[in-house]
Design a protein around this ligand. Structure first.
Ligand code: BG6
Length: 462
């Protein structure tokens, strides 16, 4: 078949997943607890249908079967994360040999199936003991993370060539310190800024440690969720609001990661509002000399913004939203289940922005996807006919292809996610996988989109 949309040779086709969302075996083989195990134990009511992370999609026991399925649907690459609390229970000290064996087995199985492993070091899952020491607010925890990162590079660096320091580091900031959807459920802008800052220090220190090992042919990056900010109109007040949202939600991580420094405008706002974090003398040079080799972009939805309509309540906690209002554009296309707008061109706008303003850094789409509720209603002859997901992917790929034709340095496209998995407090509400997971039997069945992506991968286009 000659593809109309042909992608560059060696394009990465695959998916991403995370330890807590797929492994299960939450209390097996010496794994320590992380904040999710703990929060679920304390407040199961905060999780959809009261389902916690203890079983998830059971990758810990079913990785062989799952990797076979990945191969079957045409994956040539797969990103997963290491569970810090599994590898080093408690977060500091003794390495858990059973975890080393498990991750080695997974990596070997992937390599044997010609699937390139991308390893992410942190996907929202702080070991509980370290959260009790202050989590990302604490420099001691930052240093513990760097030790953990070194252990991972030393253990697996000879086999794994693509490393990521964090997945969406802004999400624990938003969820845990501003908007109450992650443990520790703090609402405090000041502390949120410290957490954000320390996370980037941790990332830069891990990159420094990685480079000092000079692992042959290996690269290190970060995964950021970029949400392009579109103003309601060209009114200067709307433009200003959109710019602030962009500074808070994109450039707060993108600039230090790629350029090694924070945007001046952002620093001015943070100073003006009295939100400056505690910094150390060497941080500036640490950040500027340890920028990433490549960037993973998670793209789900745009952010539409307008100037603030009302004065915020002066007694309510200060929030990023004190500086702008979210804008519900009439006629926008919605994924009603997740409540997220679908705007395919956003993927193109991100790539162009990286080309224009970030030195055209090597990048790939590290997550894109569509969570849908009650997918069983789409079963026909035993298979989920998820044409909506196929359309979603195809329409994003068309825009991604255009960006590549225009010179953007995009190397691949990973879906969220391989198999229906546990989605934090949404648990199993929305299903994202190419593969259906029957929660009762743990049976895996390829959806129509899985067969579709196999063809796309085989033809390197469509
Ligand atoms: C990304 C995360 O934000 O989106 C994943 O990296 C997450 O961990 C995915 O599962 C989908 O979002 P949600 O909230 O529907 O699970």
């Amino acid at each position: 078949m000659t593809a109309k949309y042909k992608f560059p040779e060696g394009f990465w086709w695959g998916s991403a997943a995370s330890a807590t969302q797929m492994e299960g075996a939450a209390r097996e083989d010496g794994k320590g607890l992380n904040i999710w195990d703990y929060w679920y134990e304390k407040e199961p009511n905060r999780f959809f249908d009261g389902v916690g992370p203890e079983i998830a999609s059971n990758f810990y026991h079913k990785y062989k079967e799952d990797i076979k399925l990945m191969k079957e649907i045409g994956h040539n690459s797969f990103r997963f994360s290491i569970s810090w609390a599994r590898l080093i229970p408690g977060g500091i000290g003794q390495v858990n040999e059973k975890a080393v064996k498990f991750y080695n087995d997974v990596i070997d199985e992937l390599l044997e199936n010609n699937i390139e492993p991308f390893i992410n070091l942190f996907h929202f899952d702080m070991p509980l003991e370290l959260q009790e020491k202050g989590g990302w607010e604490s420099r001691e925890v930052v240093n513990a993370y760097v030790e953990y990162a070194k252990v991972c590079f030393e253990l697996f660096g000879h086999k794994v060539k693509r490393w990521l320091t964090f997945n969406e580091p802004i999400v624990p900031v938003e969820g845990g310190y501003l908007y109450d959807f992650h443990y520790p459920n703090v609402v405090d802008f000041n502390r949120a800024v410290q957490v954000a800052y320390n996370t980037m220090i941790a990332s830069a220190k891990a990159i420094e440690a990685f480079r000092s090992l000079s692992i042959k042919d290996a690269k290190i990056g970060i995964v950021l969720n970029l949400t392009p900010s579109y103003p309601r109109s060209s009114n200067p007040a709307d433009l200003k609001a959109a710019n602030i949202a962009d500074l808070f939600f994109n450039r707060s991580f993108l600039d230090p990661a790629v350029k090694g420094e924070y945007p001046k405008e952002l620093v001015e706002i943070i100073k003006r509002e009295g939100l400056m974090p505690v910094v150390e003398e060497k941080d500036k040079s640490l950040l500027s000399s340890n920028t990433i080799d490549f960037l993973g972009v998670n793209y789900y939805q745009p952010r539409r913004v307008k100037a603030k309509a009302c004065m915020p309540n002066p007694e309510a906690p200060l929030m990023p939203d004190n500086f702008f209002d979210n804008y519900e554009m009439p006629g926008r296309k919605m994924n009603v289940y997740r409540g997220w707008e679908i705007y395919e061109k956003g993927i193109y706008d991100i790539a162009i922005n990286l080309r224009e303003n970030y030195g055209n850094i090597e990048s790939y789409i590290s997550e894109n996807g569509m969570g849908v509720q009650n997918e069983e209603r789409f079963i026909e002859n035993g298979r989920i006919e998820d044409d909506y997901r196929i359309n979603f992917i195809r329409d994003h790929l068309i825009w991604l292809h255009k960006s590549i034709e225009e010179g953007c340095n995009v190397k691949g496209y990973h879906m969220w996610t391989f198999i229906d998995n546990w989605s934090w407090s949404n648990a199993y509400k929305n299903r994202y996988g190419f593969i259906q997971l029957d929660l009762k039997t743990q049976k895996r069945i390829i959806k129509k989109s899985g067969y579709w992506i196999r063809e796309v991968s085989k033809n390197n286009g469509f």
